[in-house]
Design a protein around this ligand. Structure first.
Ligand code: NAI
Ligand code: MG
Length: 512
């Protein structure tokens, strides 16, 4: 699928659509890239090993993908280093800008295919993956703008005599990017975009559960003219490929998104060469609904803050605090909202909630459903895996709302990463601030109120990287996103994101 005309692109899309089957038809052989992308070439793993990736809606095999491990990471890092030392990092900013703009146009043309790939590989419904268009293109075009905006400063110093000082901003070097499976297209772009803008090179390790979109994105990077070795894509397992990348002595920075437990290992692995690390980890975000809010807007907002992507979103508002006087009415409405969402195979464009990504994730989420019931919470909706018809072949959990949740229950403390809301009553502002903050995490948070003073007060008091007032999960390439506490450090999006990929050098010039 390289260098295609418009018609060839349409044909490729038709082929993928035909091969991808439908909710009732089996899938054929996957036509896209399944090898490792190293130094601009598609290669087998050094070990010759491959692993399976499956459609979580049906359990069907999508493709066998080359399984990279330490040896392949070594080759990819060497390629990335050569590319970094070559003409790439000296390319003019406007050339990198044009490259990013071109990549955005190519992704625009191929968006339908990329959306379908995400849907097939990780289960997110087309109704969602198609809507990633604006986010994907917006990010690339934002970073394109940043490519020509990087600059140092002239700084007045107080030393005697004439000595001039200024700073240079330089690309940090070879970046190891490790991403999870919950949004392969946008997660890949979120790591590759700032690298291309600043002149870094990348080894991207997609999640073993969903590697196909990242590989296809690698192919599109080549089509856009990204030089060999600048973007390398090495699928493989976390314990092997991921660990090798995060401990590699010639990697300058690791940009990681995933669980806090793996984040801790990444920090340990980084110690060998003190590489820079940025971490976007999980959460147990409070979403706080006051009785004075526009409750209808809050019902859909609070529901989709968790049910979107089957709850597989790091900043999902899973601790739903509801003011006691509207608690029963509100939680019942959220449960009803959840019951009305269409759950199923994401290839059906009407479906709003797809399957969980894997059997492992299904086990984890249904485990929490059992824990919640055992702890004394009451499932107002959902509460058990769906198995009717073909659903038994996939990993479907319906939108679930637990009422009677206490702060000390595991379902109120631990990240479930499924479509599960823990609804907790509260009575006053000070109390909900204290309880909302009583978590080891601090990624997202929501506040629903018509009282502007209350909104401002909570916006300051909540210890989290994002506070959404009368909305949830708003994201923009220019607005920083990231964690407090165990949700990680570093920011993605915004000026600070670009800084994460830059070194600052001070230059002194004695002129007299
Ligand atoms: P994970 O954090 O283990 O995996 C994320 C990425 O890290 C994958 O590419 C994986 O291959 C890689 N990885 C795993 N172990 C590694 C290691 N030792 N060194 C380097 N890289 C490594 O998350 P996983 O296993 O997919 O999911 C487990 C739980 O983590 C989920 O149920 C969820 O609660 C949470 N999670 C949170 C995410 C978020 O965005 N906050 C994303 C994915 C998972
Ligand atoms: Mg893992």
């Amino acid at each position: 699928m390289v260098a295609m005309t418009a018609t060839a692109e349409e044909e490729a899309m038709d082929t993928l659509t035909a091969l991808s089957g439908s909710p009732t038809q089996p899938m054929g052989a996957y036509p896209g890239p399944t090898k490792l992308l190293i130094d601009g070439k598609w290669v087998d793993a050094a070990s010759g090993k491959t692993f399976e990736t499956r459609n979580p809606a049906t359990g069907e095999l999508l493709a066998r993908v080359a399984e990279g491990d330490a040896e392949d990471i070594k080759r990819a890092v060497a390629a990335a280093r050569r590319a970094f030392n070559g003409p790439w990092s000296r390319m003019k900013p406007n050339e990198r800008q044009l490259l990013l703009l071109k990549l955005a146009d190519i992704i625009d043309k191929n968006m339908e295919e990329l959306a379908l790939l995400d849907t097939l590989d990780m289960g997110g419904p087309l109704s969602r993956t198609r809507n990633n268009r604006q986010r994907a293109l917006g990010m690339l075009r934002y970073y394109a703008g940043m490519a020509t905006s990087v600059h140092g400063e002239t700084i007045n110093n107080s030393l005697p005599g004439d000595i001039f000082s200024y700073t240079l901003k330089e690309p940090v070097g070879v970046v190891g990017a490790i991403i999870p499976w919950n949004g392969p297209l946008t997660a890949s772009i979120w790591k590759i975009g700032p690298a291309l803008a600043t002149g870094c090179t990348v080894v991207l390790k997609p999640a073993e559960e969903a590697p196909l979109t990242s590989l296809r994105l690698g192919e599109l990077c080549l089509e856009a003219g990204v030089p060999p070795g600048v973007v390398n894509v090495v699928p493989g397992y976390g314990e092997t490929a991921g660990a090798a990348l995060s401990s590699h002595p010639d990697v300058d920075k690791v940009a990681f998104t995933g669980s806090h437990l793996t984040g801790q290992k990444i920090i340990q692995a980084s110690a060998g060469n003190l590489k820079r690390v940025s971490l976007e980890l999980g959460g147990k975000s409070p979403d706080i609904v006051f009785a004075d809010a526009d409750l209808d807007a809050a019902v859909s907002g609070a529901s989709m803050a968790v049910f979107a992507n089957s709850g597989q979103i790091c900043s999902a508002g899973t601790r739903l605090f509801v003011e006691r006087k509207v608690y029963d009415e509100f939680t019942e409405k959220v449960a009803a909202y959840g019951r009305n969402l269409k759950v199923g195979d994401g290839r059906d464009p009407e479906v709003q909630v797809g399957p969980l990504v894997s059997a492992e994730q299904l086990e984890r989420v249904t485990g929490y459903l059992a824990v919640g019931q055992k702890e004394g919470a009451k499932a107002l909706s959902g509460g058990a895996r769906l198995t009717e018809g073909n659903m038994g072949k996939g990993y479907f959990v319906p939108p679930t709302v637990f009422a009677n949740v206490r702060d000390d229950m595991r379902i109120a403390q631990e990240e479930i990463f499924g479509p599960v809301i823990s609804a907790i009553p509260f009575t006053d502002v000070d109390e909900v601030i204290q309880r909302g903050n009583a978590t080891t995490f601090g990624l997202g948070s929501g506040v629903w109120t018509r009282d502007v003073s209350k909104a401002h007060r909570l916006a300051r008091a909540i210890r989290a990287g994002s506070v959404w007032v009368n909305c949830y999960q708003a994201m923009d390439p220019a607005v920083p996103f990231g964690g407090y506490k165990m949700s990680g450090y570093g920011r993605e999006s915004g000026l600070q994101h670009v800084e994460e990929y830059l070194n600052v050098k001070a230059v002194w010039i004695k002129t007299a």
